[in-house]
Design a binder for this molecule. Structure first.
Ligand SMILES: Nc1nc2c(c(=O)[nH]1)N[C@H]1C(S)=C(S)[C@@H](COP(=O)(O)O)O[C@H]1N2
Ligand SMILES: [Mo]
Length: 337
């Protein structure tokens, strides 16, 4: 599937969202991580594959990942005429509050995350619940490269080449029961290795939780990612397994998943619970529904700097309307933001 897009021209720099606006999202979370001891080193590469992308820092891929990479379908989905965000930006400008509130904190601190071994539970309204070692969980699936836009609710965006497989294929395997109407995801809870989960940062009720309606989860664009830029996921991007839902604001794309549950009721999710007037359950990218404190009509496409802010118009459903708009017929998107 090739997703074609009109090129949207850049806007004036006066129209950009000042960072100070969304920094208040951080204030909402309380104090910064005052002096937390963050001794861990970033995970730097031993030997690794040669990446298809420039300037990609080598990782140390687990065996199961290297084994799967050979059969990957490259560029199964792409965007036309939009540059892929440099690896450096995609891995050093992150939101992963478990590792701290600042954009550089995940890169600095996520080295402490231990991703091997990793186990994952699938439970709730499914005919085939289970607890899996990650390598067993991913075994049935062929990796595909999906080059997607990622649009954060804070009005910045990137283009990232993910490696993953459709969530719909997982659902086929585990067989949701007739009672399953939503899917709920949970991130690892490990205050020892996740400094953001310790003291002074108490507003988030850990673990981080996200969810989708079952029909959204079945949409072919929704994937579980295990890699990006031709390599395994760096810790700060949600290793070893994360969700990617490209038509929704970035906070829906939950990282470092340990539990997937099929449920009957709409799950209580992290950002909606924190500030329900600002962050909804749906969180579909929508340039016509502003955040109470800033416009969602435009975004800064990274890399973005003072002299080239690289601002562009935000597209309905982040440019994926043809694929997903039909999921929302009859739903008032102004109320269900
Ligand atoms: N567990 C967890 N998942 C998370 C977050 C988080 O803080 N914790 N931040 C979200 C937000 S706000 C965004 S924009 C994306 C950022 O993904 P990236 O850092 O890989 O670009 O991750 C999302 N997933
Ligand atoms: Mo975000």
């Amino acid at each position: 599937m090739l997703i074609k897009l009109p090129r949207s021209s850049d806007c004036k720099s006066s129209e950009i969202t000042p960072e100070s606006f969304y920094l208040s999202r951080r204030k909402l979370l309380g104090a910064s991580l005052a002096g937390a001891a963050l001794g861990a080193l970033p995970r730097l590469g031993a030997a690794a594959e040669v990446s298809r992308y420039a300037d990609v820092e080598a990782g140390s891929a687990p065996r199961w990942f290297s084994d799967k990479l050979g059969a990957t379908r490259w560029q199964a989905v792409t965007v036309n005429g939009e540059a892929i965000t440099p690896f450096k930006d995609a891995t050093h400008y992150n939101n992963f509050y478990e590792f701290g509130p600042d954009k550089g904190d995940p890169a600095a601190n996520a080295g402490s995350l231990k991703t091997e071994p990793w186990s994952l539970v699938v439970d709730g309204e499914v005919a085939k619940p289970g607890r899996y070692a990650l390598e067993d969980f991913v075994k049935p699936y062929q990796l595909e490269e999906r080059i997607y836009r990622l649009r954060c609710v804070e009005a910045w965006s990137m283009v990232i080449p993910w490696l993953g497989f459709p969530l719909a294929e997982v659902l086929k395997q585990v067989e949701p029961t007739s009672k399953a109407r939503y899917i709920r995801f949970e991130t690892l809870e490990d205050p020892k290795r996740m400094p953001g989960q310790r003291s002074g940062f108490a507003l988030i009720d850990w673990p981080y939780v996200e969810g989708l309606r079952l029909d959204e989860a079945m949409n072919p664009l929704a994937i579980l990612a295990v890699g990006m830029y031709g390599r395994e996921l760096p810790n700060q991007n949600g290793a070893p397994l994360r969700l990617v839902v490209p038509w929704k604001y970035g906070f829906k794309s939950i990282k470092s998943i340990v539990r997937i549950s099929l449920v009957a009721e709409q799950p209580a999710t992290t950002w909606q619970g924190l500030a329900p007037d600002e962050y909804g359950f749906y969180a579909n990218v929508n340039p016509t529904v502003d955040h109470p404190r800033w416009t969602q009509a435009r975004e800064r496409r990274l890399p973005s700097g003072l002299f080239s802010p690289n601002v562009r118009d935000t597209l309905m459903f982040n440019g994926y309307a043809d694929e997903v708009a039909s999921l929302y017929t009859g739903l008032d998107l102004r109320r269900n933001y």
